[in-house]
Design a protein. Structure first.
Length: 313
């Protein structure tokens, strides 16, 4: 199989891919054409079907398809000019080739999550985290396999737990480095800050915002979820619940980034910094890994709003 991240301008290929998105548009001359987003575990690529004829058989979003195409460059991105399509038949492909996944061992990462829970001294926080991550196997299983985002960062199977653990590691370091930090609260909020991504986004391959994701978002949903779970813990202090909910509400840091509240506690500010750092460093990492050029400059990254250079000299 030719993985998407190995394709080069000018080559021809016949292979199988997962159709993530299918749209029909009209060209300037009034002729219909198809715009497709194709997926494998290494990434996505846009494909165009300019001539819809008998060689383009019926298929839908979510189908595995066999294509005959040429690879071209358009606006500095690779694109497929597709001449033939048919639905793939069972046995012609292996699903594991088409689902982008974390490179890390999910079970090992989850063991580290439970180690963090064991390290918490506050009995209320420990019970809260145990109820969510250990006793609720549905949440634990979704947490282990879910993506952290639709497109921005860690957008692959296991991305949510990878991002969460990375943020928790950063928070743990800063809790030990600075004074006046409630480590137990910070660790708990780091583990829970994106927990409602499992309800905000649908599962692979068609990762889209759910109705609640569109209407409420993971920040509000996460705040509500934490409140409900805290209420299940007998004697859970009201002020502790409010302080933890504030961390969830403020973890995007600024109003313009969707944060309902600015960070007003040291724990909330550390969580925001850790979350922002991990997300943006991951964007740098991904941009460098996916770069197809041989030069030192990767190119302009729209989300980071800068040109990225490799650290070669």
């Amino acid at each position: 199989m030719r993985y998407i991240n190995t394709l080069h301008d000018g080559e021809n290929l016949i292979d199988f891919y997962l159709c993530k998105q299918k749209q029909t548009f009209k060209s300037k001359n009034g002729k219909n054409y198809l715009s497709l987003t194709l997926l494998d575990k290494t990434g996505t690529i846009n494909g165009k079907v300019w001539d819809i004829n008998k060689n383009i058989q019926s298929f839908e979003e979510g189908d595995f398809i066999k294509i005959d195409a040429s690879v071209q460059t358009f606006n500095n991105d690779l694109q497929l000019n597709i001449k033939k399509i048919r639905r793939a038949q069972e046995g012609e492909y292996f699903e594991e080739d088409y689902v982008p996944s974390t490179k890390k061992d999910v079970n090992e990462m989850f063991n580290r999550v439970t180690d963090y829970i064991k390290s918490v001294n506050d009995k209320y926080i420990k019970e809260l985290l145990t109820n969510i991550f250990v006793k609720n196997t549905d949440i634990a299983n979704s947490f282990k396999k879910h993506t952290a985002a639709k497109t921005m960062h860690h957008n692959y199977l296991g991305g949510l737990i990878e991002h969460t653990l990375s943020v928790t590691d950063l928070c743990d370091f800063m809790a030990g480095h600075y004074e006046n930090v409630n480590r137990d609260m910070l660790i708990a909020c780091a583990l829970l800050h994106d927990i409602s991504k499992i309800k905000e986004l649908s599962e692979f391959p068609n990762v889209e915002y759910t109705d609640d994701g569109e209407l409420l978002g993971h920040i509000v949903m996460g705040c509500e979820f934490l409140g409900k779970e805290a209420d299940k813990v007998e004697g859970f202090p009201h002020q502790l619940k409010s302080l933890m909910q504030h961390c969830i509400l403020a973890h995007h840091g600024e109003f313009e980034y969707g944060s309902p509240k600015l960070p007003k506690t040291i724990e909330a500010f550390i969580l925001h910094c850790a979350d922002d750092t991990d997300a943006k460093v991951k964007m740098f990492e991904t941009a460098i890994e996916e770069n197809q050029t041989t030069g030192k400059w990767v190119g302009y990254n729209r989300i980071l709003a800068r040109n990225i250079r490799k650290s070669e000299y």
